[in-house]
Design a protein around this ligand. Structure first.
Ligand code: ADP
Ligand code: MG
Length: 259
């Protein structure tokens, strides 16, 4: 699918507070966008709005030129997958069955090979027969990513819009690196477009083509990692004292917390 996802003046209010306050943005095909911001900034709420999981009370949302709310459910599920911060109710399901659930929008075809490929890509193949409830937090996150990739699999690779909410929060270093490399590879052909909330600013700086910074429901900074991940900006919006240096190999900004 070509075309952007365009949000215009999105707002949502809870208990007399704007959780998302007049946000407009465009997500373009092939981009790797990282959404950062302090706890409670509204990142997960914005992700839910952009994916249609939460109906926007104000504003407009267009996917490939069509209002998101007008997309037929099956067509939309083939074009955009969402990994939320918390997933419940899958404890008694085997890993392979959860990943196969991702194929539901594509009909009753037997697509064992897609499930196997995705399990291998995400390193879930070694515990494919285990029940999800027996996995560690990081392993469960990898299963959810695998389910999303299975959902978007079309003609030999995942295609469309992938939305992730803190997908690395429980991953060890090796799996953080693996996930970021995998998503870079999959987006390089411009058929997969990724929007992810990331807690880890250094990971965001290494991985993203564009960084969005949210604070109290508003987008307060946006641009290439080096334009956003700067000490005065992080100090101001996170209320934390940091230094920002350069990654010795990649050149990307890296944040050092002052003791
Ligand atoms: N249904 C709700 N009612 C009231 N407050 C909410 C509701 N959902 C989220 N919030 C609050 O909105 C703010 C933004 O939440 P969230 O989007 O989860 O933040 P983030 O993902 O940036 O940490 C938080 O302060 C949260 O407590
Ligand atoms: Mg959140």
């Amino acid at each position: 699918m070509s075309g952007s996802l365009i949000a215009k003046n999105l707002r949502i209010q809870r208990e007399a507070r704007w959780l998302v306050d007049d946000i407009s943005l465009e997500l373009r095909p092939g981009e790797r966008v990282a959404l950062i911001g302090p706890n409670g900034a509204g990142k997960s709420t914005l992700l839910r709005l952009l994916t249609g999981y939460l109906p926007a009370e104000h504003g407009e949302l267009l996917l490939a030129g069509q209002p998101l709310s007008g997309w037929p459910a099956q067509a939309l599920s083939r074009q955009r997958a969402v990994m939320l911060q918390h997933t419940r109710g899958l404890a008694n399901w085997p890993v392979a069955a959860v990943v196969a659930m991702g194929r539901a929008p594509w009909g009753p075809l037997h697509e064992h090979s897609i499930v196997q490929q995705v399990l291998a890509l995400t390193g879930c193949d070694t515990f494919a027969n285990r029940l999800c409830g027996t996995l560690s937090g990081g392993e469960q996150q990898r299963v959810q990513l695998a389910r999303c990739l299975a959902q978007l699999w079309n003609n030999g690779a995942p295609q469309g819009w992938l939305f992730l909410d803190e997908p690395t929060s429980a991953l060890d270093l090796r799996h953080q690196q693996h996930l970021m490399r995998l998503l870079k590879t999959l987006t390089s052909g411009a058929n997969l477009h990724v929007f992810t909330v990331l807690h880890d600013l250094n990971l965001a700086a290494l991985w993203a083509s564009r960084v969005l910074l949210m604070h109290q429901g508003k987008l307060v900074a946006e641009g290439k990692p080096e334009a956003v991940i700067q000490a005065p900006i992080i100090n101001r919006w996170y209320g934390a004292e940091v230094l920002v240096g350069e990654h010795p190999k990649e050149g990307a900004p890296q944040v050092f917390l002052c003791s």
